[in-house]
Design a binder for this molecule. Structure first.
Ligand code: WTA
Length: 666
C-alpha cells in the first residue's frame, strides 16, 4: 500500500486492531425493524432508481419543497469542477428556516430546547427565533454590515450563536464560524483570510464546569491592528467574567440587539450567492476556506436531514455537535430548521456534572433522534452503561454517527445500551466540503452492517478506484471518489481557485477526490478506511499534520519536527510529534509539555500532540521526504500514556538505520 494510504483507522500498520480485514469480516447485519420501515419517510427503494435515472429531476423535486422568491431557470450547469445549481433562482435561507414556518401557523412550535452546561434552560419557538434573528440582523446593519460583507463568529454554544448565523443569512452577509476551541492565532488567520468586517463573540462559555474565556482571544487576535478589516466586535454576556471593551470598537449585545426592530426584510439572494465560509484543515499549514452557496446547500442539507433522520413533525432531534463545525452548520442549524423540526442544543461536555448528563437530557426532552460521533460513544463506553441505564431512553427511535469510521464494538454498544436494540443506526459519511451527507443508510430501507456507512445517498455516485482511476473490483480497497456533482458541494476554496482544482479535482480529472480510502464489499457496501493524505482525524476533528509541524517549528528551540497520527482507543487518532531541538536546547519531559502548550496556543488545545518524542534525527527518503510510516510504527510501538519520550537507543537506531537506507517508501 502506498505511504499515503496508511493514515486512518483502517490503514494502520499491519497487526493493529482495526485493520480493514477485521472490519469487513464483521458479519452481523441489521435489517430495518419492520415497524420502522413501514412508517419511514423513505420507504420505497424506487428513490434510488429515480435519482439515478434523472439526477436533475430528483433534486428539482427536493428544491421545490423550499420557498423561492424567484424560481430557477436551470437545475444544473456543470463545467467540472465548477457547478452552478438552480441558476436564476432567488431565495433567502433564514426565510426558509423561519418565516415560512411561522406563516404556515407553526410559530408556536419549538425550534430549540437549549440547555447550558450549568443547567440553565431556554426554549425558543419559531416565532421567537424569527424575532430574535430580525433584531440581530438590524443590529448587524447598525454596525455597518452590508450584503456581501463577511462576519466572523467565535462563540460558545448559546442560542445567540444560532441567531447570529441566521441573521447573517438574512442580510446576505456570509458568516465564517471559528470553533471556540481555536486559539487567538488561528482566529486571526481565519478573520484575515475572510477579511471579516465584524466579529460576534461572547465574554466566554462553560466547559467542564468552568467559564472559559473567548473575548480575551478575540482581543489578542485583533491586537496591534493585526486584523485591519475588523471594524466592530459584538459581545454577548454569557459568563459575567471581566472583559475589557475597546472604546469605539466593542459593543455589548444586550445594549444593542434587544432595542432593535424585530422586522427585517430578508435579502433576495441569488442561488449561487455565498452563504458561508468554513475553514478546515488540509495538507498544508494554511487552512482552507470552504465556500458554500445558498440554494444548493439548503436543498442538500434539508433533503438529507429529512430522509436520513426520517424526520417527522413530532420528532425531537438532537445533534450533539458544536455549531462551530460543519456538522453543526448542516445538522443543528440549516437542515433541521429548513424542515421545521424541533431540536435540542447543549452547551457543554457530556460528563458534567456526571457521565449521565446526555441521558438525562434525552429523558427530559424525550429526544427521538440522536446524532453524535464515535469518539463520544467510546467515551460513554469507557464510563460504562450504568449511566444510561438509570434513564428512560424509550423515546429514542433512531441513532446517527458521524466524523470518523465507527468501530463495530462502538456500533454494537450504541445499538444495545442506547438504542435498546430497537433503533436503526445511520453511519453517515461526509465532509465540510460535501456540505451534506453523501454515504449513509436510509433507515427504513437499508440493512446496516456495523462499521460500514453502507450506500451512497440517492443521486450520489460514489466509487472506489485504484491509483489510475479505474474502479476496483468488489472486495478491494482504493480511493473514494464521487463521479457526479451534488447540490451542496463546495464551490471552491475562498480566494484560491488553483488550490481548489489541485486538491480535489487533479488526481482524477473530472472526479471529486475527498481524500479518504475506502473498500466496497461483495454487497457493494462502502467501508471507509480513513484519510489517505496528511490529515488526521482526532475525535472527529480534522487536523493537518503539517499545520502542527509548523506550529512546533515556530518555537525558537525547535529545529525540525514531524507529526504523525497514531491509533488511540478514545479519540480514534492522536497526534504524535517527533522533535529535533536546536543546539543548546535540552530535551526534558518539562520541555515536551512546554511544546504541547505552545501548539495549543498556536492552533488550539485539540491540536496538542499526545506525545512528544525528542530525536537527534528524522528518517528521510533519498528525495528528502520524511518517512512518516516508520514514525507511525515507532510511535505505535510505544505506550501513548506518557506525553514525552526521550529518544532511546532503539528509536535512535531505527531512525539511523532508516536514514542510512534512505529508501523511498512508495
Ligand atoms: C471522516 C465531518 C468514516 C472522513 C462531517 C472525512 C468519516 C472527514 C465519517 C471529514 C464516517 C466523516 N465514516 N469517516 N461516517 N464521517 N469522516 O470535514 O475522513 O470535519 O473526510 O466533516 O471525516 O471531516 P469534516
Amino acid at each position: 500500500m502506498a505511504e499515503g494510504q496508511a493514515t486512518g483507522r483502517g490503514a494502520m500498520a499491519p497487526g493493529t486492531e482495526y485493520t480493514i480485514e477485521a472490519l469487513a469480516s464483521e458479519e452481523r447485519t441489521f435489517p430495518p425493524p419492520p415497524g420502522f420501515a413501514a412508517q419511514a419517510v423513505a420507504n420505497d427503494r424506487g428513490i434510488y432508481a429515480r435519482a439515478e435515472a434523472d439526477l436533475e429531476g430528483f433534486w428539482a423535486e427536493e428544491a421545490a419543497r423550499l420557498d423561492w422568491f424567484t424560481p430557477w431557470d436551470r437545475v444544473l450547469d456543470w463545467n467540472p469542477p465548477d457547478a452552478r445549481w438552480f441558476d436564476g433562482g432567488e431565495l433567502n435561507v433564514s426565510y426558509n428556516c423561519l418565516d415560512r414556518h411561522v406563516a404556515a401557523g407553526r410559530g408556536d412550535k419549538v425550534a430549540f430546547y437549549w440547555e447550558g452546561e450549568p443547567g440553565d434552560q431556554r426554549v425558543t419557538t419559531y416565532a421567537q427565533l424569527l424575532d430574535d434573528v430580525g433584531r440581530c440582523a438590524n443590529a448587524l446593519k447598525a454596525l455597518g454590515v452590508r450584503r456581501g460583507d463577511r462576519v466572523a463568529i467565535y462563540m460558545p454554544m448559546i442560542p445567540e450563536m444560532a441567531v447570529a448565523m441566521l441573521a447573517c443569512a438574512r442580510i446576505g452577509a456570509p458568516h465564517t464560524v471559528v470553533f471556540g476551541g481555536f486559539s487567538a492565532e488561528a482566529l486571526r488567520d481565519r478573520i484575515n483570510d475572510a477579511e471579516a468586517k465584524l466579529v460576534v463573540t461572547a465574554d466566554g462559555g462553560y466547559r467542564r464546569g468552568k467559564p472559559s474565556g473567548l473575548k480575551a482571544p478575540v482581543d489578542a487576535a485583533l491586537a496591534d491592528g493585526a486584523c485591519p478589516s475588523v471594524e466592530k466586535v459584538l459581545v454577548v454576556r454569557r459568563t459575567g467574567q471581566d472583559v475589557t471593551m475597546a472604546d469605539g470598537r466593542d459593543v455589548w449585545w444586550h445594549d444593542l440587539v434587544p432595542g432593535q426592530d424585530a422586522a427585517c426584510e430578508p435579502e433576495r439572494m441569488a442561488s449561487e450567492d455565498l452563504l458561508y465560509l468554513l475553514y478546515t484543515s488540509g495538507t498544508t499549514a494554511k487552512p482552507k476556506g470552504i465556500v458554500h452557496t445558498t440554494a444548493g446547500y439548503l436543498v442538500g442539507v434539508s433533503a438529507t436531514h429529512r430522509y436520513v433522520f426520517d424526520i417527522k413533525d413530532d420528532d425531537v432531534y438532537w445533534c450533539a455537535a458544536d455549531l462551530g463545525w460543519v456538522t453543526g452548520h448542516s445538522y443543528i442549524l440549516y437542515g433541521p430548521l429548513a424542515n421545521g423540526s424541533t431540536g435540542v442544543m447543549y452547551e457543554g461536555t457530556p460528563d458534567h456534572p456526571a457521565p449521565n448528563r446526555w441521558w438525562d437530557i434525552v429523558e427530559r426532552y424525550k429526544v427521538s433522534v440522536l446524532y453524535t460521533a464515535p469518539t463520544a460513544i467510546r467515551a460513554h463506553m469507557k464510563w460504562g452503561p450504568q449511566h444510561a441505564a438509570k434513564h428512560d431512553l424509550s423515546s429514542l427511535r433512531l441513532l446517527g454517527s458521524v466524523g470518523e469510521p465507527i468501530n463495530p464494538e462502538a456500533w454494537i454498544w450504541y445499538h444495545r445500551h442506547i438504542g435498546g436494540e430497537r433503533c436503526p443506526i445511520v453511519d453517515t459519511w461526509w465532509q465540510t466540503e460535501t456540505g451534506a451527507i453523501m454515504i449513509s443508510p436510509l433507515p427504513g430501507l437499508t440493512t446496516t452492517k456495523p462499521g460500514s456507512a453502507t450506500v451512497p445517498f440517492p443521486g450520489v455516485d460514489a466509487d472506489v478506484v485504484d491509483a489510475d482511476g479505474h474502479s476496483v473490483p468488489k472486495g478491494q480497497g482504493g480511493y473514494l471518489v464521487l463521479r457526479k456533482p451534488w447540490p451542496s458541494m463546495l464551490r471552491g476554496i475562498y480566494g484560491d481557485p488553483e488550490r481548489f482544482r489541485e486538491t480535489y479535482w487533479s488526481r482524477y480529472p473530472g472526479l471529486y477526490f475527498p481524500g479518504d480510502g475506502a473498500k466496497r464489499d461483495e454487497d457493494g457496501y462502502f467501508w471507509l478506511m480513513g484519510r489517505v493524505d496528511d490529515v488526521m482525524n482526532v475525535s472527529g476533528h480534522r487536523l493537518s499534520t503539517t499545520e502542527i509541524e509548523s506550529a512546533l517549528v515556530s518555537h525558537d528551540a525547535v529545529a525540525e519536527a514531524a507529526v504523525v497520527g497514531v491509533a488511540d482507543p478514545l479519540t480514534g487518532e492522536a497526534p504524535a510529534a517527533f522533535v529535533i531541538l536546536k543546539l543548546g536546547a535540552e530535551p526534558s519531559p518539562g520541555f515536551g509539555e512546554h511544546l504541547r502548550q505552545h501548539v495549543a496556543a498556536k492552533i488550539g488545545p485539540i491540536a496538542k500532540p499526545k506525545t512528544v518524542m525528542f530525536t537527534p534525527d528524522l528518517p528521510k527518503t533519498r528525495s528528502g521526504k520524511i518517512m512518516r510510516r516508520l514514525l507511525r510504527d515507532i510511535a505505535a510501538g510505544r505506550a501513548l500514556g506518557d506525553t514525552t519520550t526521550l529518544a532511546d537507543a532503539t528509536v535512535v537506531e531505527q531512525i539511523r538505520d532508516a536514514s542510512a537506507a534512505g529508501k523511498d517508501e512508495e
